[in-house]
Design a protein. Structure first.
Length: 143
């Protein structure tokens, strides 16, 4: 990660705030792997952002993590969300909505949750799935 003012660890109390946010986000992301309806990707991205402002060691751990690292690198390289991640997200949102339909009797709550999930799914599916190929000139040289 480049050393810019936006990515340098913050001094003092603010650093501890970002560190707490990072660890809470990691915990929520891990819960999101197990619980349908709780997002994982968003919490991993938040954890990486907060870690970059508080702990270079935690930031490096996230970037090199077997599960979270590829997701973070893809996101950094153009906001990429793989098709597999999109499919899993859509499936888990559907399962969460089905559970709500079977257990929640307050229809407006279900409607708002469904609308929120639909907006989230639309945004996820609007993201690129792979890196775009670099442009090449007429003589075959990459630009």
């Amino acid at each position: 990660m480049p050393d810019t003012p936006a990515t340098r660890p913050r001094p003092g109390r603010l650093r501890w705030l970002w560190l707490i946010v990072a660890y809470l986000s990691i915990g929520l992301a891990m819960l999101g792997v197990l619980l349908p309806g709780l997002p994982t990707t968003e919490f991993v991205l938040l954890a990486a952002w907060a870690a970059s402002r508080s702990s270079p060691r935690l930031s490096a751990w996230l970037e090199n993590h077997r599960l979270f690292g590829p997701l973070l690198l893809d996101w950094r390289d153009g906001g990429i969300i793989t098709r597999q991640t999109k499919l899993v997200s859509a499936l888990l949102m559907s399962v969460a909505l089905l559970i709500m339909l079977l257990t929640v009797h307050h229809r407006p709550s279900i409607l708002f949750a469904a609308l929120g999930m639909a907006c989230g799914a639309a945004w996820i599916w609007s993201r690129p799935e792979r890196r775009s190929k670099p442009a090449t000139s007429a003589d075959g040289v990459q630009e």
